[in-house]
Design a protein around this ligand. Structure first.
Ligand code: ATP
Ligand code: ZN
Ligand code: MG
Length: 535
């Protein structure tokens, strides 16, 4: 990789004759001292030509990857001021780097539409990127370094093509004969236990909530709490900066929902919009938009973001670690476009999000214990057919980071997905018949670094999280066990017997169709027989 460009220094006055005639010597000297410090001579920076015009000095520069050209330009600035400032009363007014090109030894196919890039040429096994002039302020920010990283990441992503995830089966339960093969999504809607509210959103009636909540409660009470995790409450509206740091905005911006604040609190400012609604009885969205600020936040996406933000800038010590919390205080939001279906794929869904933080061994050990907890939950408590897989992406898509990985090493950062077979979707050998219900991830320092979470002795701190998608677990459970409690496991029955299932809503027009009413009375009958229905 080679960088070439012209460093332009504008001084407070014309350069004196004496200085100009000493420039060749000066250049020889800095090429051997200032510009090679901390680098091998090949990869260091070098002045290859110069030109003086009144108060402007131009250096033609070249560099490899060690003292990159932008750092060299700034080093020279300081060195010249130190050497000439007092002697000639010279000061530097302005610095910039012009005609900057970066040459790579291979052909990159990536497309980059960035304000800093003027053009890209690809030929004969080389790629040359031309950049616009960079000001001193821009030279001081790591724009060039980030640009290079972006280049390599995009290239890696193109290279891996559609292979977004690397799926490797780790373990699966024995085959279990399902008690049911219908589609619970349809039954739940038809019987009126859930009602469509808006795109990917449903209203859950009390009868449905009893089931949904019981399953998550069981998970929390049987697995999460006994492992020492304690409940916290995380906000559900996140400032954009948080998403920039977690990497979600760079990786999954297409599936996030955004929120705007009003420009003014003064209701009079909205008068015209309000008048329009009175007269037209529609919402004039274009006019409304002008009254709102651009989005400054996004709605809860991964649910663990506030955890990292909480510890941002904090110094922790061994006494504080590990931190083990969970949050189940509100919904997550995702745009899934054409993928939305029933309670399987929602815009608004609910999750128990378990998060922990500690030294690498602590984090791995906790992950292993939670993993065993999940096994017990699936195997002993629910008795469903499951499998889990190592799905660490070849490149970590969400953060836009390249991380090649061919062998699973479970003690390193990575993700394990839990999947459950949905008999209504097909044969167990068909991979489309399996649904991801949850996962467990070790992040390493992916979040503690950008959020600057420090240990008092400078030791490495890792984080990890696990998302238990409530709707997905319930759907997976019902898909294999059906809606007759006679086939449900003891622990769930015991819980429902204690908390009882509320009676369903039956009205003149609800559930809408005769089949739905029939299904509902069958459900009521079965719940009553099992002694689970509230009287
Ligand atoms: P998928 O591959 O099915 O889209 P994901 O990889 O996007 O899932 P994660 O980002 O890992 O899911 O989210 C963690 C958990 O949140 C999932 O295991 C699932 O239980 C739940 N979840 C994610 N997206 C949805 C959704 N649109 N509707 C319902 N639950 C969801
Ligand atoms: Zn998480
Ligand atoms: Mg998804």
């Amino acid at each position: 990789m080679r960088f070439r460009g012209v460093a332009i220094y504008r001084f407070n006055k014309d350069l004196p004759e004496e200085l100009v005639s000493s420039l060749p010597e000066f250049i020889d000297d800095v090429n051997e001292t200032v510009l090679v410090k901390g680098a091998t001579s090949e990869e260091a920076s070098k002045i290859v030509s110069y030109e003086v015009q009144d108060d402007v000095l131009r250096f033609g520069m070249e560099s490899g990857r060690q003292v990159k050209i932008h750092n060299a330009v700034l080093r020279l600035r300081n060195h010249m001021e130190r050497s000439w400032g007092a002697m000639y009363r010279l000061g530097i007014r302005e610095v910039s780097l012009d005609d900057l090109t970066v040459e790579f030894d291979k052909e990159y196919r990536v497309s980059l539409k960035l304000p800093y890039i003027k053009g890209i040429e690809v030929e004969n096994g080389r790629t040359v990127v031309h950049l616009v002039r960079l000001s001193e302020r821009e030279l001081k920010r790591p724009i060039l370094d980030r640009l290079l990283k972006l280049f390599e990441d995009k290239e890696a992503r193109t290279m891996w093509g559609g292979k977004i995830e690397h799926w490797m089966l780790l373990e699966r339960s024995r085959g279990k004969r399902p008690l049911y093969t219908g589609d619970p999504n349809k039954v739940l809607e038809e019987a009126g236990l859930i009602k469509r509210f808006s795109r990917g959103q449903w209203l859950y009636t009390p009868m449905f909530v009893a089931l949904l909540k019981s399953l998550s409660d069981l998970f929390v009470e049987e697995i999460v709490e006994p492992l020492g995790f304690r409940e916290a409450m995380f906000p559900k509206l996140y400032p954009l900066e948080v998403g920039l740091k977690t990497g979600h905005l760079k990786g999954t911006v297409n599936s996030m929902l955004f929120a705007s604040f009003p420009r003014s609190y003064d209701i009079d400012e909205f008068e015209d919009v309000i008048d329009l609604m009175w007269v037209l009885d529609t919402v004039p969205v274009e006019d409304l938009m002008r009254k709102l600020e651009p989005p400054s936040s996004f709605l809860c996406f991964a649910q663990c973001e506030p955890f990292y933000q909480f510890f941002s800038g904090e110094i922790v010590d061994d006494d504080a670690l590990p931190v083990k919390w969970y949050d189940r205080s509100g919904p997550s939001y995702r745009w899934e476009a054409g993928g939305l279906y029933g309670i399987e794929r929602l815009v608004e869904f609910h999750r128990v999000e378990v998060v922990w933080m500690g030294g690498p061994e602590q984090v791995v050990e906790m992950r292993n214990r939670l993993l065993e907890g999940y096994r017990r939950f699936m195997e002993e408590i629910l008795d469903i057919e499951w499998r889990w897989a190592w799905v660490t992406p070849f490149y970590l898509e969400q953060a836009g980071e390249v991380q090649e990985k061919l062998e699973p090493d479970l003690d390193r950062p990575g993700t394990i997905d839990f999947e459950v077979w949905l008999p209504y979707k097909g044969d167990r050998e068909d991979k489309r018949a399996w649904l991801e219900v949850g996962n467990i991830s070790i992040h390493g320092t992916k979040f503690t670094k950008p959020f600057r979470v420090k240990h008092s002795r400078g030791e490495t701190i890792w984080t990890a999280c696990s998302g238990f998608g409530a709707e997905r677990w319930l759907l997976a459970f019902l898909s294999q066990k059906g809606l007759d409690p006679a086939g449900w496991p003891e622990k769930l029955i015991a819980r429902l017997r204690e908390h009882k299932v509320p009676k369903p809503l039956i009205a003149v027009t609800y559930p809408e169709r005769a089949e739905g009413r029939e299904t509902l009375s069958w459900i009521v009958e079965k719940l009553t027989e099992s002694g689970l229905l509230e009287r």
